[in-house]
Write a protein that binds this ligand. Structure first.
Ligand SMILES: Nc1ncnc2c1ncn2[C@@H]1O[C@H](COP(=O)(O)OP(=O)(O)OP(=O)(O)O)[C@@H](O)[C@H]1O
Length: 247
């Protein structure tokens, strides 16, 4: 069983965009822990603050109030350069648009985090992720020579190869068909189950959220509900009831 130590702790996060009539409270005092070896999905209506929460917790954006801790690092105490190094070395990212470098091969894209850190690739880690995402016979291909599902598998391998403390995935299946989505979510699930990876994923799809251990629901910048051991049907029911409350 995974331990229940938080890999990431966010406390009382508030993020406000704009001023006057254009003022939007995107996050309104969100406190949440993401535990080591746990797969968490974040859901909620459009504009509820999912991306803002993920960007703040991942150190891509800074909250106006509140604190974020990744492992032993308090993000608010880091300079921009230290934050960049932390994101590079200790956090993995998977985006909807695969964000691969088109001139590099699949293997070069996967080992990019090592190049950026000025370190030689950890061959054992590279072999492990290449096998997890089943890309061994495509390593010499460039992104344009790969299917969408294969490109996202490269992005997943790149996110996992440094054995990061947490992987953040923002709508990772948004550009994939249903077979490729299921496969991708299966890879993420395996990494959680077999390697105690911590995964936090924003999604709109109940069937994707059902792969997680728990689902958090945001409405108007607040955490309003949570499901553990979710099924797609239970996620859908809860989303419908939240929409009724907020409409
Ligand atoms: N850079 C910005 N400037 C002004 N307002 C912003 C900015 N980014 C987000 N917002 C506003 O903050 C709120 C939360 O946005 P956010 O993108 O976090 O929502 P979301 O739940 O991820 O939405 P979606 O599901 O549509 O991607 C929205 O009202 C949005 O319009």
């Amino acid at each position: 069983m995974p331990t229940r130590t938080p890999a990431v702790q966010a406390t009382a996060l508030t993020k406000i965009y704009g001023t006057g009539d254009a003022r939007v409270i995107a996050l309104d005092g969100v406190t949440v822990d993401f535990h080591r070896g746990q797969f968490t999905a974040i859901m909620g209506p459009s504009g509820s603050g999912k991306s803002t929460l993920m960007h703040c917790v991942a150190g891509l954006d800074r909250p106006d109030l509140g604190a974020i801790r990744i492992g032993d690092a308090e993000l608010g105490e880091l300079s921009d350069d230290q934050l960049t190094a932390l994101r590079r070395d200790r956090v993995g990212f998977i985006f909807q648009a695969f964000n691969l470098l088109p001139t590099l091969t699949a293997l070069e894209n996967i080992t990019l985090p090592f190049d950026l850190a000025g370190r030689p690739p950890d061959q054992t880690a590279v072999d492990r992720v290449v096998d997890v995402v089943r890309l061994r016979d495509r390593l010499g291909h460039r992104p344009s020579q790969l299917s969408g599902g294969q490109q996202q598998r490269v992005a997943v391998a790149r996110a996992l190869v440094t054995n990061p403390e947490v992987v953040f995935a923002d709508e990772p299946t948004g550009s994939l068909d249903s077979a490729a989505s299921t496969e991708l979510l299966g890879f993420l699930r395996r990494c959680v189950d077999e390697f105690e990876q911590t995964v936090v994923m924003v999604t709109h799809e109940p069937s994707a959220a059902a792969f997680a251990d728990r689902v958090l629901f945001l409405t108007d910048g607040r955490l309003v509900d949570e499901l553990t051991a979710p099924t797609a049907d239970r996620v859908l029911d809860l989303m419908k009831s939240l929409e009724k409350v907020t409409s």
